[in-house]
Design a protein around this ligand. Structure first.
Ligand code: C2E
Ligand code: MG
Ligand code: MG
Length: 401
């Protein structure tokens, strides 16, 4: 743990807090520990030294913690940040939510005072985030240009990754969500937030991309050699794709070509799909439905039109957005959104998926509310299909090493 050679900064207006934290860090073997009593001093330290981790109080009389976050964001600060606050739990949870909007590696928002064990655990988490950075870098590079995107796709860089969806009542594999991944010629992976927005700006491009992801996934499924007859495969379909006149027909023909049944295929429609030409989009959704594909509302709860859409279109499923699921155990408002979404789904008779289940407690919570299906890092991250192994008799997911 002592490879934080670049230094740690503790920002707090209370000397006793700074001192206690200083002693904890020293005991953990850290040497370059800097202190600042407000945001202004913190900026000076950050300008003068290389700091790998910042412990920052939020409530300070001169330049508070949010000012520090603003400064760090402007600097594209790559280190880890732990926010500290003396506020009550609900404020702390809202603050943690707000802090997520900053493009920073915020490890956690914790209540003061911090125990030795908490500091140790936070530093371990920081190291994990900084060293592995298994998911998204906080400073995602800007979206790819259309030209680069096309170049990578033409070179065969587009791939389908699969994330398991688990039936919460049986613990068995129910199916997969298919997520697009792009590989550059140097082998590095690009996440969807860097290329889907670019593709969506160009009607042809997002349609082309979606078709390729689906074909790619179908090929992987066909090659996998395991019994897939009872599994479902969910694809993300954006509004622009639905605007393409022949998309439902294309999906029908392609699904048949790969010998999958339309009932196995779920079209996840994001809420942005409901904002453009509504009549066209509703018509296309109904076409898909009549072809026996399943319809799902993705990111439920993040827009304004979802309840009306749920009412208007015969959806089969709604997916509670991970932003509510991730912190539903610490944020009463998120818990309420999760609970209400599940109740709504039950009341109108559609399946409900909770995405963003990162640990067993969250899984148990959503299950206790009656949620049918779970998806999240607790079960598995998105991976190539070949990584997963299951047998048809007992479809319990396990990862091939
Ligand atoms: P989405 O459809 O809501 O997909 C779920 C996202 O949540 C995925 O991110 C997945 O990796 C992430 N996720 C799942 N479980 C957890 C968890 O436990 N914790 C956390 N922190 N995250 C979790 P990903 O793959 O980066 O995709 C982001 C978004 O990009 C997707 O959100 C979807 O809207 C879009 N996308 C991905 N593939 C495609 C595609 O082929 N076409 C279109 N139009 N959009 C796509
Ligand atoms: Mg989705
Ligand atoms: Mg989602």
């Amino acid at each position: 743990m002592s490879d934080f050679q670049q230094g740690i900064l503790v920002v707090d207006d209370q000397q006793v807090v700074r001192h206690t934290l200083f002693l904890c860090l020293q005991n953990l073997g850290f040497k370059n520990i800097y202190q600042a009593e407000n945001g202004r001093e913190a900026r000076k330290v950050l300008n003068a030294h290389s700091i790998k981790c910042v412990f920052c109080d939020l409530n300070m009389p001169v330049e508070d913690g949010f000012e520090v976050l603003k400064f760090l964001e402007a600097q594209a600060y790559p280190g880890a940040i732990v926010l500290m606050s003396g506020e009550e739990e609900e404020v702390l949870a809202s603050t943690a939510n707000l802090a997520r909007l900053y493009q920073l590696n915020i490890i956690e928002c914790v209540a003061k005072p911090l125990s030795f064990a908490t500091v140790k655990q936070l530093l371990t988490a920081s190291e994990r985030v900084l060293d592995i950075e298994g998911n998204h870098a906080p400073h995602s590079p800007p979206p790819l240009t259309a030209k680069l995107l096309k170049g990578y796709i033409d070179k065969g860089g587009l791939n389908a990754f699969f994330q398991p969806q688990i039936s919460l009542s049986s613990g068995r594999l129910k199916g997969f969500e298919v997520l697009a991944r792009l590989f550059k010629p140097d082998g590095s992976m690009v996440f969807p937030d860097q290329f889907i927005p670019t593709a969506e700006k160009h009607f042809e491009s997002i349609t082309e991309l979606t078709k390729r992801v689906i074909e790619c996934a179908y090929q992987d499924i066909n090659q996998h050699g395991q019994d897939i007859a009872n599994l479902s495969f969910a694809f993300n379909i954006s509004a622009k794709v639905l605007e393409a006149a022949n998309f439902p027909q294309w999906l029908q023909a392609t699904t048949a070509k790969y010998q999958l049944r339309p009932e196995q295929v779920i079209c996840e429609l994001t809420e942005t799909a409901f904002t453009t030409d509504q009549a066209t989009i509703d018509t296309q959704m109904l076409r898909l439905k009549m072809m026996k594909f399943k319809l799902s509302i993705d990111d439920f709860g993040t827009g304004y039109s979802s309840i009306a859409q749920l009412h208007a279109i015969p959806f089969d499923e709604l997916k509670v957005d991970k932003r509510f699921v991730l912190d539903c155990l610490s944020n009463t408002k998120s818990a309420a959104v999760v609970e209400q979404s599940i109740q709504l789904a039950k009341a109108i008779g559609v399946d409900v998926v909770a995405e963003g289940i990162e640990n067993k407690d969250i899984g148990d919570f959503v299950k206790s509310l009656g949620c049918d299906i779970g998806q999240g890092y607790m079960y598995a991250k998105p991976e190539p299909l070949a990584v997963f192994d299951w047998n048809s008799a007992d479809i319990k997911i396990r990862t091939r090493e």
